[in-house]
Ligand binder design. Sequence first.
Ligand code: NAP
Length: 276
Amino acid sequence: MSSQPQVATPDTEDSGPLPRPLGGRHAWITGGGHGIGAAIAAELGRLGANLTISGRNEKALAASARQIAAETGVACRWQALDIADEAALAPALGEGREAQGPVTILVNNAGIAPSMPIGKLDLATWNAALSVNVTAPMLLAQAALPDMLDAGFGRIVNVASTAGLRGYPFVSAYVASKHALVGLTRALALELAKGPVTVNAVCPGYTETAMAEQAMRNIVQSGKTAEQARAILARGNPQGRLVDPAEVAQAVGWLCLPGSTAITGQSIAVAGGEVM
Ligand code: NAP
């Protein structure tokens, strides 16, 4: 990933009378080019944080950043970053600090969900799931932490999954990595509890994004129609529907508020009651 980070700024300083509880903060959202990550970036922008969104798809990042800056009136950088590239993570955060100030809100949203029966799960796929879904969040938290402690404020939010709280068949690498992410969340929350940094996870159920579309395509391949595939995913949610990305984003935004200091180590399901 060699291209230069860029920044989208709002056309006008007058972004209306919105409350800006995260004004002056710099929030980094991995996987912010589309899906749940783009919704989280927009929500944190509405709350006033300046943003960096990262991912591998620069076209999607640029489009997302421009839209968020126009809608929310904050500055939104985008940075090409493959989070499987472990050596690139701390330097990327350093670049973000230089450009837009210390990162005091980190949302580890990027994730992958390989699906196959255990007999077909190869080591490369297993390692990739662990690398993207849990190793990168750990390394990014490690890199961001000194700035959060210096600033006297920090929020780390890991986008896990209901698959971090219960099992599902045919996605063992995903389920194992998301359970590990929930474990990391709990351990870090306790380790940091005496200081100004909270660490939480949000655990969406099936949510209307490309990832859920892929899950539906997998079901269709097993002989179901597209409607049946959607119904199967919706059936797991007691509300009988898929979650909207904005609903996940609002939970993340709430965890990032200055008044949410007492909430740490939690794994909050956003799943219509699927787990409780
Ligand atoms: P999505 O649209 O497929 O988004 C996945 C995001 O992860 C993309 O923005 C992608 O960015 C990024 N990503 C994947 N591998 C990456 C890598 N190696 N380096 C950098 N970025 C990478 O799916 P989504 O539903 O929004 O997923 C967001 C998070 O929600 C994931 O952690 C997922 O596990 C979790 N989740 C989703 C659901 C669901 O049903 N949708 C349910 C529970 C949890 P690029 O394409 O730009 O690389």
